[in-house]
Write a protein that binds this ligand. Sequence first.
Ligand code: ATP
Length: 449
Amino acid sequence: MLQTLALGLMAVCVLSFGYILWRSSGKLDALSDRLDARKQDYIRLQARGDRMFNTLDDMDLSGKIVLTRVDINVPVDGGKVTDATRIERIVPTIKDIQAKGGKPVLLAHFGRPKGEPKPEFSLRVTVPALEAALGQDITFIERPDRATLDGAPDDAVILVENTRFSSMEEKNDPKMAQFLASLGDVYCNDAFSAAHRAHASTEGVARLLPACAGRLMEAELNALGKALGNPAHPLVAVVGGAKVSTKLDLLSNLLAKVDHLIIGGGMANTFLAAKGVEVGKSLAEHDLADTAREIMDKAASENCTIHLPLDVVVAQEFAANAWSKTVPVDQCPPDAMILDAGPETVANVIATIESSKTLVWNGPLGAFEITPFDAATVAAAQGAAKATKSGRLLSVAGGGDTVAALNHAGVASDFTYVSTAGGAFLEWLEGKTLPGVAALEAAAQTKQE
Ligand code: ATP
């Protein structure tokens, strides 16, 4: 009897032990799966460096529909695209999506149709230029639905009609975001230039699907991150252009970050006038004298050196090849206007740039559209280009007139990065959060957790 009891007890022990082993091996498997996933996450994060967003490299796109927000808001004349630069710049993203087995479905806006379908704002006009840039046919769809997209051949590139034909787009209406999300499996944003707008196709949908940056967005964010996010010092900013009033936020954000702030163009006149310097008939915002003084005081407390013109080129009229002369900064005749910086100023600008490791540039140093008042902008741009080419300087520039000025100086391609993003670039310089970028960062965060 005792023997039977002992045998029974042993059998129970063996069975329980086996059961425990079996359970724990299951748990161990689960644990090792989790560790494996963590390891993969860790490897992925290491590969990403301190990037806060996913790129196409982080995504599995095989067999998936990839909603791709692009900016192809290109100039058109007589029904033809007159400058296809923006279209050409999205080609690497589309090709990479295809190479990873995804089907790109392009979402974009075109002009300002104000929430209604209007034939003159149809994206159809961009199709020939897109086909030429990609070297393949484009399927244009006015009203997309999932079945049609699924039914399109695997190698198709689909362009959806102007997102702004719906009034829900600019309102970032959740219904539109949900509808867009229902069309795809993955969202890819390649439109940095539209990232300062919280619209359904730039922000809302990014929060509903696994999301990543396209190649153009990735390049822009990397360049901007290196320039102001985590820059190599000394860091210098050149801020020029017409008016201080349009760049107040930008100046105060830069002050806190840069070692040198070079102020040029019409806006330098406002600062000179605030210091009591005679600026004659120059473009200057005299009512902003107090603001200019506050900016200079703040710079002193932030250890930021402000550089104002030392000498200036003055003229009696704002016209090409007008009579002009170079004078020390405090000798502008009362009946003349300052239209450019002089050679001594340019030498100081170039020396400051050459002794810096990072440069951020927005706004020309003079009325660069008119000869000879382009001289300072051209010389400084060439100096920055030379320092960049030698590998000593990382240079980032942006702004409509700035890009035009760098092109005019023939050096745009020598800068590390020239942003054509306009409003988004300026808001980034102002230190603002760009909703489209914030949504990508949130998506990357979700994936990590
Ligand atoms: P955008 O605003 O298009 O992005 P940006 O930020 O690069 O361009 P703006 O602030 O618009 O540049 O300034 C450029 C304008 O400033 C040019 O039209 C130029 O002629 C003008 N400007 C520069 N210096 C002077 C000056 N001393 N007097 C008058 N106008 C000037």
